[in-house]
Design a protein. Structure first.
Length: 553
């Protein structure tokens, strides 16, 4: 991407939306639309203008370290660290990294678990213009850590002493146990060298996708990408000095960056969770989670929460209703490649649950399989444009060219990203999520939207969460929680509202649906459990409880 995106996209006043703004788009690709749909394509598809206060993440953090040095930056396990102390330790570690030969643009492994030293490591990397690669030590296999270290050509890996045994053999890579280093006299005696050059287009971290369809791919995320979401409304979630933000999610999951930088770039206090999520959530003003993680939290202990945001997977409407009854609840959407989320909606109880509108300085297009714009109201694939679009996949030009394309609507060298999410515009300009492209399947020769089946079952008062999967060319199965959902009643609910071929062959009930380390429903495990039940093994759906280890989430 080239040029100053803000000036190209948004030369008019913030939030101004009128027909004259069509000149910001190349209208030629819209020639297949009616005049009214063309107007709505522009009106609905572009987010408001909003300029972040800082252009790099560490500069935003350093501002608060200077203006509020004694404020608590983070708390974990009964320990806390002030903004000035966190900044000083990050400066000293930055010196260590420079001495180890790390240069601007290099990648540094941050292979550890949630902790205060984790924050020191992240900011130290940013301060020298390097990027870090976060991985959840003890959960991610050694073979994957080895692959990531090799692909990114790491010179240094930061970890904790408790995870040294979880590290693979990494030739020519310096392994640093941060907790041991920071206790040493030599570290405490190091000078701090102050500000270093930084560029908003520099990569700040590389996030590896979960690899559910093959080898994990590294997504290169820039300072500009992240600042645009955490330093503008509504992505900043109203976080300010004095706010307490929960850090619940795996550090290898992009939403953890929303927690961490949402807090520390806005002067708030980050509450890093222990093994029991509710210990942290109950003390937080702001909670960011996947719907599956949020569903595991008892709302009765979180009545002081002011803002809650979910993303990463479809949100059941009952979950939104429950939390929106006492706090500001945001339903959001966006893959890692579009920087955490690129659409958001503050949900009002009793209203339709959508994923909202584009976040500031971003665009969303609903396109068909030929990349032509769909008529307003038609379901198509969502493509994302604007500042949210990341640099592309590391060392995978072929995949980058498939998913990142020249943006014909903005032109001027801009890029749009294929999200593989299906959606449609409502009449009032909000986006309805219609599942993933791979969630539209053929059953008995008919096209079926798996999410539509799940949503229908979630309307039952007894159902907290439902996930539907294709189990053969003829059948789907639905997995629900809690365990006392009546299977016959669930099938009747689908049969009454959807065609016969949508009715699940089997409904398996659980106390809790199993989760991946990133806090999403583990669909692979559900299919394994289904297949095992079909083989009449000892596993029976009425007796199993598939609850993830709390430390794995």
């Amino acid at each position: 991407m080239t040029g100053t995106l803000n000036s190209v996209l948004f030369p008019t006043a913030p939030n101004s939306r009128h027909l004259g703004n069509e000149r910001l788009f190349n209208l030629t690709p819209l020639s297949n639309l009616s005049a009214e749909d063309r107007r709505k394509f522009v009106l609905f598809g572009r987010g408001p203008q909003n300029t972040p206060a800082f252009t790099t993440l560490h500069r935003a953090f350093e501002y608060h370290a200077t203006t509020r040095p004694h404020a608590v930056a983070a708390m974990h396990g009964g320990r806390s660290i002030s903004y000035s102390d966190l900044n000083e330790k990050a400066e000293k570690l930055a010196t260590v990294l420079l001495q180890a030969g790390v240069k601007s643009g290099d990648s540094i492994g941050v292979f550890l678990t949630r902790s205060i030293p984790m924050l020191v490591g992240m900011f130290a990397c940013l301060k020298i213009g390097a990027n870090y690669v976060p991985q959840h030590a003890g959960v991610v296999p050694k073979t994957q850590l080895e692959h990531i270290a090799s692909l990114t050509r790491m010179k240094v890996v930061l970890t904790l002493s408790a995870h040294l045994s979880d590290m693979p053999e990494l030739p020519n890579v310096q392994l640093i146990a941060l907790d041991e280093l920071m206790k040493s006299f030599e570290f405490r005696a190091l000078p701090t060298s102050g500000r270093r050059p930084a560029n908003t287009n520099d990569t700040c971290f590389i996030l590896f996708t979960s690899g559910t369809t093959g080898t994990p791919n590294g997504v290169q995320v820039t300072h500009k990408n992240v600042c645009n979401i955490v330093l503008t409304a509504p992505g900043n979630l109203g976080i300010k000095p004095g706010s307490r933000v929960a850090q619940l999610l795996s550090i290898s999951f992009d939403m953890s960056a929303w927690e961490i930088y949402g807090a520390l770039c806005n002067g708030a206090t980050l509450l890093i969770r222990d093994k029991i999520i509710e210990h942290t959530a109950s003390n937080a003003d702001v909670i960011i989670a996947t719907p599956s993680v949020l569903a595991s939290i008892d709302t009765s202990v979180c009545q002081d929460a002011k803002v809650v945001a979910v993303a990463g997977e479809p949100c059941p409407q009952p979950l939104a209703e429950t939390w929106a009854a006492f706090c500001d609840f945001y339903n959001c959407c966006g893959p890692t490649e579009t920087t955490i989320v690129n659409t958001m909606k503050r949900y009002a109880p009793g209203s339709p649950l959508t994923i909202g509108t584009p976040t500031p300085n971003n665009t969303v297009y609903i396109l068909d399989e030929n990349l032509a714009p769909c008529a307003i109201g038609d379901v198509g694939e969502m493509w994302a444009g604007g500042i949210c679009v990341t640099k592309g996949y590391l060392a995978n030009v072929t995949l980058s060219q498939q998913r990142y394309r020249t943006d014909p609507y903005l032109g001027d060298g801009h890029v749009m990203f294929r999200t593989r999410d299906l959606g449609r515009w409502t009449e009032n300009g909000e986006l309805e999520h219609h599942g993933r492209t791979d969630d539209q399947v053929k059953i008995k020769g008919f096209r079926v939207e798996l999410d539509a089946i799940s949503t229908m079952i979630e309307r039952l008062p007894s159902c907290r969460q439902a996930v539907t999967l294709k189990v053969s060319d003829e059948h789907v199965a639905t997995f629900v929680a809690p365990i006392d959902v009546d299977e016959a009643l669930a099938k009747e609910q689908v049969s009454a509202h959807l065609p016969y071929y949508c009715v699940p062959t089997k409904i398996m009930t659980f106390d809790e649906l199993p989760l991946t380390p990133r806090g999403k429903v583990d669909k692979r495990k559900l299919l394994d459990l289904y297949n095992a039940s079909q083989r009449e093994t000892a596993l029976t759906p009425q007796s199993q409880t598939a609850t993830p280890s709390s430390e794995d989430v």
